[in-house]
Design a protein around this ligand. Structure first.
Ligand SMILES: O=C(O)CCC(=O)C(=O)O
Length: 189
């Protein structure tokens, strides 16, 4: 895999990792469009989400609690492949569906305590290419790093990355087509 970042954490990237269409992956997925509350106001999340993995496994972020309905066959197939290639275990996947360029994800780090101290997160993309940005939390003079995640690619975040960097999917008014992202995780409950 190609190293995209190795300062205060590690980000690896591989193009053409898993050959499937967006439609094949979204089959049997149970979608949610949860609300988030910001400054006392409630909004629908700017994307659709789903949570799959070992049956009944729970995960919470931004006050949203999700319980896994189990694996779909395709997500289970990808998880097994990742476990072999990355020599680590995953018990769940957060699915994000960006309906068009206006759907996005703001800067955050994946630092919920159920993920453990230095989680390995495997992130697969399908469909439209989107810009993935990484910004250092403390070194304010470092410009954000920007990468395009292509369809069927794999990005791996590991080491101390979530302590030092935040990441986001930027908005773009030019993009009309959907993108699907799968982030495989291991939840310690
Ligand atoms: O869609 C993406 O590539 C990013 C997803 C993400 O940041 C997350 O699930 O925490």
């Amino acid at each position: 895999m190609k190293i995209l970042l190795d300062h205060d954490g590690l980000v690896l990237y591989q193009e053409s990792y898993f050959n499937a269409t967006l439609e094949e992956i979204t089959k049997d997925i149970t979608w949610r469009n949860d609300t988030i509350t910001m400054f006392g106001k409630t909004y629908p999340q700017p994307r659709l989400t789903a949570w799959h993995g070992d049956l009944d496994l729970a995960y919470s972020y931004s006050k949203i609690k999700m319980i896994s309905p189990g694996w779909t066959p395709k997500l289970f197939e990808i998880k097994n492949r990742l476990e072999i290639d990355l020599k680590t275990k995953f018990n769940s996947v957060l699915v994000n569906y960006y309906r068009n360029g206006l759907d996005h994800m703001s800067y955050h780090s994946d630092n919920e305590k159920e993920l453990g101290t230095n989680p390995i997160i495997a992130s697969l993309s399908f469909g439209e290419k989107r810009k993935f940005l990484l910004k250092h939390r403390f070194e304010k003079s470092l410009a954000p790093l920007q990468f395009e995640l292509s369809s069927q690619s794999l990005l791996v975040m590991k080491g101390e990355l979530q302590h030092f960097w935040v990441h986001k999917i930027a908005k773009s008014t030019k993009i009309k087509d959907p993108r699907l992202n799968l982030t495989f995780r291991f939840i310690h409950n």
